[in-house]
Design a protein around this ligand. Sequence first.
Ligand SMILES: [Zn+2]
Length: 409
Amino acid sequence: MKNTFLLTKNLPILALSLTLPSVALAQTPATPTPTLPATAEKLTEQAPAKAVPVETPAAVTPATPAVETKADLDPTNPDNPAPDLDPTNPDNPAPVVDPTAPEEPKPFIPTGGMAALTEQAEIDLFTVGKDVGNTHDKASNPYRRLVQRTIMQTEPKPEYGFTLTFDDQLIAEEPTWGNATDIAKDLAPLGARAIFFANVPKVSAKTVDTIFAENRGTEARLKATTAILESRRIEFIRAIRTLIRIKCPADADGNQEYACEVYNHTAFHMNMRNFTVDSDQYKISIMGIEFIEACINHAYKAERPDWERARYFRFPFLASPRNRETQTALNAVFTKLGLVSVGETQDSKDYENESPTKAYDALAAAKSGRRYNPKEKGVFGRTEKPIALFHTKTWPNIKSGVVKAIQEK
Ligand SMILES: [Zn+2]
């Protein structure tokens, strides 16, 4: 029906296009009005005027200007109506764009938030409560939120060639450990960003062992867990706030990137590989994940009130649950929180070797679009947007290798 209508509607215009001088075409209305048949008739009547000798183009400049006709389109004639410049009229020429005209300045969107995302599929990954299902829409395939993807949608590849992520405690517990703030203060002046996957300060899987030893029954254990987490809340939020307010130096336009983001690495750094959904370990680990999200939310609201943050998660030991029921339950938790799991493409095993050379090698591989893992294959595979995994505590030892790789832009 619609097509037939359009066809019928446009036919008079087509006919006119073929028979009329171009000046008259410019006057053809984009949407034919009920008066069009009359107009067409009138114009057709005037067609013989073409036969008039060139010296007297009667159709263009009539002898008596008082008599207005559609053909009188001399733009120098002040009595003529303004030309039809409706941009939706396909017969009108495209507007002339002056390439030397100054461009409208684009608003600065700092790296790391949701503001720069345009693809709905990417926005969905971080949307609280949005079920993004399984990969390839098949129920037996892995859950999209749990797949340890090797891309961070909100981190465009920086000039130096890789995204830097640092796992575990933000605050050093031993004098030889690095602090997250040390990393930020070393990297920010270089214009480099640091992404932290954090645990809750001063707790570990050993803390959970103690909770188990000292409490019998699920209820008592969960209550003890809550008490311990709450006792760390203020310190943890303060640590996150300190990091996410640090900025890189201003660029030529005066814009400044944030130097850090903080994401979720579970509270206690338990290995989730063999968790079953009904176990107290699983329940405690979920409490910890939710606690971290609440603290990160709190910190971002305080430091960047208008910030729409992405919500990444990294499994401790990169170990996701094997059990299908546990995966289903965890996927529901991730969906509720809007979390998405992220792995790595460059792993220098810095937590074992603390080697600046291996750290450098991992990043040098990234620069040539290759992955890296010293244990398994060395340089291997391909990566478009490399994600390097390091550990906050090894920073004092690996720093020189990382800084060298950043400076070799
Ligand atoms: Zn870790």
